[in-house]
Design a protein around this ligand. Sequence first.
Ligand code: ATP
Ligand code: MG
Length: 379
Amino acid sequence: MQKLQKMQNEEAGDSMSTNPFTPTFGIVPAHMAGREDVIGELLRALDNGVGDPNLVTIVSGARGTGKTALLSYVADEAAAHGWIAVNVSALPGMLDEIVQQTKKRAGHLIESDDAVRISSIHLGNIAEVTFQEQNAEAATWRIRMEDLLDELAKTNTGLLITIDEVREDLDEMIQVASAMQHFLRERRNIALFMAGLPTHVSALLQNKSVSFLRRANYHDLGTVEDFEVAQALTKTIEGAGRSIDEEALKRAVASIGGFPYMLQLVGYRAWEASPDSSFLSIADVDAGISHARIDMRRKIFDTTFKELSKGDVRFLAAMLEDEGASELADIARRMGKKSNYASEYKRRLIEQGVIADRGQGLVRIEIPLFKDYLKERLS
Ligand SMILES: Nc1ncnc2c1ncn2[C@@H]1O[C@H](COP(=O)(O)OP(=O)(O)OP(=O)(O)O)[C@@H](O)[C@H]1O
Ligand SMILES: [Mg+2]
C-alpha cells in the first residue's frame, strides 16, 4: 500500500510531497489522534436524532488540545450525512451569524423569506425607493430560527449549530441556550455542540440563567494516549508518501506527551528537516523536537503563564519536585498553607486546564512539557 503510494508519487514526478502536518490552530488534522469516543458519541447522537441526550454537548480543554478541530470534524461529518451545519464563535453578532449561515447553507432547501418588497415610493426630483425586509427585524431570534427549522423539517433535515470559544459574559450565549431548551421541548431536529477553555465553560455552567446547560453532555479533552499519537503520526507520514524510522517514531511520541498541537509541531518540523528523503530519520525527529519545543513555548506556554496569578504559580512551583502526580497535602505543606487554601488554587488551576485531578487527593500538571517549562522558568 505504502509502496504503491510511493510509486504513484514518483510517477507523478513528485519526489517531494507537501508537508501533511497542520500546526495551525483550528485546522482539522490529516488524521485525528484519539478522540474516537467523543466523536463516536456525537455522531451517534446526530444519527439517533430527536430525544438523544447528547444532542447538547459541551467540550472543554486547554489551548491546543483540539477543541476547534473536533467541532469542525464533527460538523463536516454531519454535513456529509445531510445535516445543515453552521459554525460560529461566541462573539457579539453570533445570533445573526447563525441565521445567515443557516440560510446560506440551506438555500437549496428553504424558501427565501428575504424577498424584499417595496414599502414606499416617493416621486420628487429624485425617485426614492424604500425597501422593507419582511419580518427579519421584527421577530425574535427564536422565532426566526423556528421559521427556518419549520422549513428544514419539510425535508427532514436537521440543523447542527457549533459554538466555539464559549464565554459566560456574552448575552447571546444565554439566548441560544434558552432557545435551545424550547427547540428540544418542541422535539425539533436540532443539535448544539459547544467548546471552550475550561475556565469559560465552568463559568458558563455556573450561570443561573442557563441551568439547562448543566444537564448537557460534557467532555473534557485531555491529552491523547501515546499509541494514538504513534498511529496518527505514522498514518499522516505514510499517507503523504514517506515512512518513519521505528526509533525516530518512539522519540517523537515521547516528546509529544499526548498533546495534539505538539503532535502537529513535531511532525511538521521533523518532516521539514529533510523533505526530500523517503523516510524520517532519528536526526530529523531530534531536530524537529527542538524546533517544536520553541514553538510550544511561544505559542502556548508564554500565554498560559501570563494568565496565572502569583498564588497559581506558587502552587505549581510546589508540584515540581514530584516525579508524577502530587498530593494536595504535600503541596499545601510546601506552600506553608492549610489544605483548604491550597484547594482554592487547585480548583482555579483545574479550571484553567493546567492541572488535572487524578482522584484521591492527587493532582498532575496536565501538559508534561509545561512542567519542564515551569522548571526552567522558575529555577
Ligand atoms: N486529535 C488530534 N490529533 C492530531 N492533531 C490534532 C488533533 N486535534 C487537534 N489537532 C491539531 O492541534 C492543533 C490545535 O488544535 P485546535 O486549534 O483545535 O485547538 P484548540 O483546543 O481549539 O485551541 P484553542 O483553545 O487555542 O482554540 C491544530 O494544529 C490541529 O490541527
Ligand atoms: Mg480553538
